[in-house]
Design a binder for this molecule. Structure first.
Ligand code: Y12
Ligand code: CO
Length: 175
């Protein structure tokens, strides 16, 4: 499966993803293809909508204490639902669909999540720290929400201006 990352301002990123009902080889192929694309772009999280598949699917690979990512730490979530949350935490977030832009975003510190694995088995997880932040960021993608949608009016204006300038530069450098 050949996947490419969709970048803002592509309208695809606003779509709401659909619940997965079939835990078949097509789902497995999608999950298998998402992993290398996330790793090759230095990502720690990727939602299926970012590769143009409007399915409630996301993957995460949080670096360990040595800042290393390994396949043993890969988490695949299908149909995730955040069932409870508490506390507050601000983290500088980035997104593979909004390249080269990072901003402080306020989210919940601790969350509980119910989800299914690639075979449809029900799972639950309690998360804090970067894992909690990354899950909230990726679950937002499934609802068509980007981290830049959480910026204040003035920060968003500044972002739009900088992002347009960067896109222009990128286009000109390819000429
Ligand atoms: C904090 C909170 C949430 C997340 C969610 C997942 N985001 C990412 O994994 C972002 C990765 C990322 C990687 C980049 O590097 C490359 O593309 C090579 C990047 O840099 C550029 O686009 C130039 C930006 C974001 C993560 C952290
Ligand atoms: Co993202």
């Amino acid at each position: 499966m050949n996947l490419t990352i969709v970048e803002y301002p592509n309208k695809k990123l606003k779509e709401k993803s659909l619940i997965v009902e079939k835990f078949d080889s097509e789902l497995h192929k999608l999950l298998d293809a998402m992993y290398p694309i996330m790793m090759n772009t230095n990502g720690i999280g990727l939602a299926a909508i970012q590769v143009s598949h409007a399915k409630q699917v996301l993957i995460l690979n949080i670096p360990d204490e040595e800042d290393e990512q390994s396949i043993e730490n890969l988490i695949e979530m299908v149909n995730p639902v955040i069932t409870s949350s508490n506390g507050e935490s601000t983290y500088q977030e980035g997104c593979l669909s909004v390249p080269a832009f990072y901003e402080d975003i306020l989210r919940h510190e601790n969350i509980s999540v119910n989800y299914q694995d690639r075979d449809g088995n029900t799972k639950s997880i309690e998360a804090n720290g970067l894992l909690s932040i990354a899950i909230q960021h990726e679950v937002d993608h499934l609802n068509g929400i980007l981290f830049i949608d959480k910026l204040s009016y003035s920060r968003r204006k500044k972002f739009e201006k900088e992002y347009k300038r960067m896109q222009k530069e990128k286009k000109n450098s390819k000429k």
